[in-house]
Design a protein around this ligand. Structure first.
Ligand code: FAD
Length: 467
C-alpha cells in the first residue's frame, strides 16, 4: 500500500491522533508473543498513526479519508487478542475504539453498548441496573472490549452453559460501518452476524453491539483437587453433564501446573494435584458439594468460606488463556495449542494424548457446550523446545483425531477451519472493496488460489519488513 500520510492527516483534522512512534508501536501490538512462531514473524510490526474516534460520525470520517488515500486501517479494542489479530501488518492507521465505551441502554434480557465498552464494566452496569450479566466473557474480562470480543474471540466463561460466541442467539445485533468512498451503516442480525463475527475486523467496523443478558449470581470460585489427571477429566465431564447444577466455568488443569504456576493460590494446592477450576452458583453449592464428595474430589479452596480471599485473582483468571499467562510468567519457554476432543470418544482421546506427550504437553481443558454436547476444548500447555517440534506436536494431535485451531498463525483460516469462509469473503468484497481493512488476515482475499490442503504456512507478501 502506497499512501501520502500527510495528506491523509489533513483530512483527520479535529480527530484525536497519536503519531509518537513508541506509543503507536504500543497500540500496534497484542498478545501475539504467546507464540514463539508469531513472535519471530511480527515483533517488528507497527502502524503509522493511531486515531481515537469519540463517536460513530468520526469513525465514518476516518474511513472515508482512509478510502480516499488508500490507507490500511486496523481496528483495535483492548488489544488482548492472541494471534496478532489487531496488528497492522501493512502499516497504516490503528483505529482505536477505546473511547467509544459507553453502555447505551439496558433492557430485560439485553444490553446495547458502544464497541469499546470494557466487558467487566458492562456487567457492573447491568448488575447494578437489574441484576443481569452477560452470558459469556473471555478471561480478559477486565481489559477486553465487547466489539474486540465479538470480532476476535470465540467463547469463554459461561460457555459451559451457553456455548460459543458464534452460536446463534449469543450476539443479538451488530451495527457495522463499511470501508467505501461513502461508508454505509448496516444493522446485522440473525445469520447475517456471521459476516463480521470472528472476522478480525477485516470487513467492517463494529460501532454498536447488542448482547443478550442472563441472571447475575455471586458466583463462588472453587478449586477441586485429584491425585490423578484422568480422574479430574472424568469429574469435570460428569459435572458438565449434571444438568441440575448451575456452573459458569469448568476447567481441568493437570499437575504440576496448578501448584507450580498459580502462585497466589499455591498455598491451597498441594504439589502433584491436578485441579478443576470452577465457578458455582451460590444456590447450587450444597448439591455441588454432595456431587463432588461422591466423586471423591477434594475441595481445596472455596471463596465463599475462605478465611482471607482478598488479593487472590478470580477463578476465571486461572482459566482460559490466563492459565497460559500464569505459566509463561514463571517459565518463559511455555507456549500452548488449541485443540478439540470431540465426544463421544473425548475421554479416550485425552488418554491417548496424555500417554503420547506426558509432561511435555501438560493438560488444560475448558469444558464447553458445543452443538449441545459437553465438550472438552484443549488449551494444552507446551514445554517449547523448537518450532519444528511444536509443528510436530500439532500434527500428532490431528493424526490422533484431535483437530487443532492453530494459535501460531495470524490468518483467520489457518487459526480456524483451514478453509475459505465464503460468507466473510463475500461481505469483504461488498464492504471493503479496496481491501484496506486489517490487510493480511484473510487468505481468501489476499491469495484466492492458496491451497489449504497443501498444509503450507501462508506468508503475507505485504508484511512490513522493518519497523
Ligand atoms: P482486540 O485484541 O483489540 O481485537 C481483536 C480483533 O477484533 C482484532 O482483529 C481487531 O482488529 C478486531 N476489532 C476490535 N475492535 C473492532 C471493531 N470495533 N470492529 C471490528 N473489528 C474490531 N478469547 C476468548 O474468546 N475467550 C477467552 O477466554 C480468552 N481468554 C484470554 C486470556 C488471555 C490472558 C489473553 C491474552 C487473551 C484471551 N482471549 C480470549 C483473547 C482475547 O482476549 C479476547 O478475544 C478479547 O475479547 C479480545 O478483545 P479486545 O478488545 O482485546 O480485542
Amino acid at each position: 500500500f502506497a499512501f501520502d500520510l500527510d495528506a491523509f492527516r489533513k483530512d483527520l483534522d479535529g480527530i484525536a491522533i497519536e503519531d509518537n512512534p513508541a506509543l503507536v508501536k504500543q497500540k500496534s501490538r497484542d498478545f501475539f508473543w504467546y507464540s514463539p512462531i508469531l513472535k519471530g514473524q511480527l515483533e517488528h510490526v507497527t502502524g503509522d498513526l493511531v486515531a481515537t474516534p469519540k463517536d460513530e460520525a468520526e469513525v465514518i470520517r476516518i474511513l472515508k479519508a482512509a478510502f480516499a488515500h488508500d490507507v490500511p486501517v486496523t481496528p483495535r479494542g483492548g488489544g488482548t487478542g492472541n494471534y496478532g489479530q489487531a496488528m497492522p501488518l501493512s502499516r497504516g492507521l490503528i483505529l482505536n475504539l477505546a473511547e467509544m465505551n459507553k453502555v447505551k441502554a439496558i433492557h430485560p434480557g439485553r444490553v446495547i453498548c458502544e464497541p469499546g465498552a470494557i466487558i467487566a464494566q458492562i456487567d457492573k452496569e447491568t448488575r447494578a441496573h437489574s441484576g443481569q450479566e452477560l452470558r459469556l466473557h473471555p478471561s480478559t474480562y477486565a481489559t477486553a472490549s465487547i466489539a474486540g470480543y465479538v470480532a476476535g474471540g470465540s467463547g469463554g466463561v459461561g460457555s459451559i452453559r451457553w456455548g460459543g460466541l458464534r452460536d446463534i442467539g449469543n450476539v443479538l445485533r451488530l451495527r457495522v460501518v463499511t470501508m467505501e468512498a461513502e461508508p454505509r451503516i448496516l444493522e446485522l442480525t440473525g445469520w447475517e452476524l456471521h459476516k463480521v463475527m470472528h472476522a478480525y475486523g477485516t470487513n467492517g467496523i463494529i460501532t454498536e453491539v447488542e448482547m443478550p443478558l442472563t441472571a447475575a449470581y455471586d458466583w463462588v470460585d472453587v478449586l477441586v483437587g485429584f491425585d490423578q489427571w484422568m480422574d479430574t477429566v472424568r469429574y469435570c465431564d460428569a459435572l458438565g453433564n449434571a444438568d441440575g447444577l448451575l456452573l459458569k466455568e469448568i476447567a481441568a488443569i493437570a499437575a504440576p501446573v496448578p501448584h507450580t504456576y498459580f502462585l497466589r493460590h499455591q498455598k491451597f494446592i498441594p504439589e502433584g494435584k491436578s485441579v478443576a477450576v470452577l465457578m458455582v452458583a451460590p444456590h447450587a453449592m450444597d448439591a455441588f458439594l454432595a456431587f463432588t464428595a461422591r466423586a471423591k474430589g477434594e475441595v481445596l479452596f472455596r471463596a465463599d468460606t475462605a478465611a482471607d480471599p482478598k488479593g487472590l485473582p478470580p477463578a476465571y483468571e486461572l482459566a482460559w488463556n490466563h492459565t497460559t499467562l500464569r505459566a509463561l510468567r514463571v517459565d518463559p519457554s511455555i507456549t500452548y495449542i488449541q485443540t478439540m476432543f470431540a465426544p463421544p470418544t473425548h475421554i479416550e482421546k485425552i488418554e491417548t494424548i496424555t500417554r503420547l506427550f506426558g509432561d511435555e504437553v501438560p493438560g488444560h481443558l475448558e469444558f464447553v457446550r458445543f452443538d449441545g454436547k459437553i465438550t472438552p476444548m484443549g488449551l494444552s500447555l507446551i514445554r517449547h523446545t523448537t518450532n519444528e517440534r511444536l509443528e510436530e506436536i500439532m500434527r500428532l494431535h490431528e493424526e490422533n483425531g484431535c483437530p487443532i485451531f492453530n494459535p501460531h498463525r495470524y490468518t483467520l483460516e489457518e487459526g480456524g477451519m483451514k478453509q475459505t469462509d465464503l460468507v466473510q469473503l463475500d461481505f469483504k468484497r461488498e464492504a471493503d472493496p479496496k481491501g484496506l481493512l486489517n490487510p493480511g488476515k484473510m487468505i481468501a482475499w489476499e491469495d484466492p488460489s492458496f491451497d489449504f490442503a497443501a498444509q503450507k504456512t501462508y506468508l503475507f507478501p505485504g508484511l512490513q519488513q522493518t519497523g
